[in-house]
Design a protein around this ligand. Structure first.
Ligand SMILES: [Fe+2]
Ligand SMILES: [Fe+2]
Length: 244
């Protein structure tokens, strides 16, 4: 299932998959494509089992070799296991935390020279002239080197595992945060490193004009649900807060 989340002039933000692929055995994941004119970026493409279905869907919008940038929120297998095939087919630069670029060559990457370390404080990445995306720090949520990617044109923030749901009722957007909470609570309490990191992240998000929070798993947040998620995370005790 493909869903166009934003479409204005040459710029489109597309949800490519919503965890419905039978090729995916682990926790269902979302993949995103941002198209600007004839060129594009993708976020967290996942394992190689997803390549056939995702590449077919992307080809409806843009040629695969026009994918200029691949952003990885962190190092996990559900984010990066298929990286080699994506790098070979697209020739894209791969942006991920500087903490992880030096470990990625262990995946026998053919083009490890295309790995681009993202500094701890994040920053603007020019995909091509006239098309830039902004990486925001999200460290310890859950990985020590975690980044989010903000698209200033669509105002969509890709948050990786932050806001991720282990299950969902199948809708693309969260309708009722209270009803949704059981799908995200246990995951965030165990995987997120601590409340200090969450508070810092919520303040970082509030510095930007974010209309939609788009996680790597489960439904997206906008309107009241977006507000409710941020407020819930700001006060959430998790990870080391419980470790004695
Ligand atoms: Fe993860
Ligand atoms: Fe994940």
């Amino acid at each position: 299932m493909t869903e166009v989340l934003f479409d204005e002039g040459p710029h489109k933000f597309i949800l490519l998959g919503f965890g419905e692929s039978s090729r995916e055995e682990g926790i269902p994941s979302n993949q995103y494509l941002v198209v600007h004119g004839a060129e594009a970026a993708i976020f967290d493409p996942g394992g190689s089992g997803l390549f056939p279905i995702l590449s077919a869907r992307i080809s409806e919008w843009v040629a695969l070799e026009k994918i200029r940038s691949i952003f990885l929120s962190h190092q996990d297998p559900d984010v990066s296991a298929g990286l080699n095939v994506w790098m070979e087919v697209t020739g894209a630069k791969v942006h991920l935390s500087r903490l992880w670029t030096r470990f990625m060559p262990h995946m026998d990457l053919v083009h490890s020279e295309n790995l681009v370390p993202v500094p701890d404080k994040g920053g603007t990445v020019e995909v091509v002239p006239g098309f830039s995306l902004v990486t925001l720090p999200a460290h310890f949520l859950h990985s020590p080197g975690q980044i989010n990617v903000y698209d200033p044109q669509s105002k969509i923030l890709f948050t990786g595992d932050i806001g991720a749901a282990e299950r969902s009722n199948g809708t693309i957007f969260v309708d009722d945060f209270a009803e949704h909470l059981p799908h995200i609570e246990a995951f965030h309490r165990r995987y997120m490193a601590g409340n200090r990191a969450l508070k810092k992240w919520v303040r970082e998000v509030e510095r930007h004009d974010v209309a939609v929070i788009a996680p790597q798993h489960g439904p997206l947040y906008r309107g009241q649900a977006r507000e409710d998620l941020l407020r819930w995370l700001f006060d959430l005790r998790c990870g080391m807060d419980f470790y004695e």
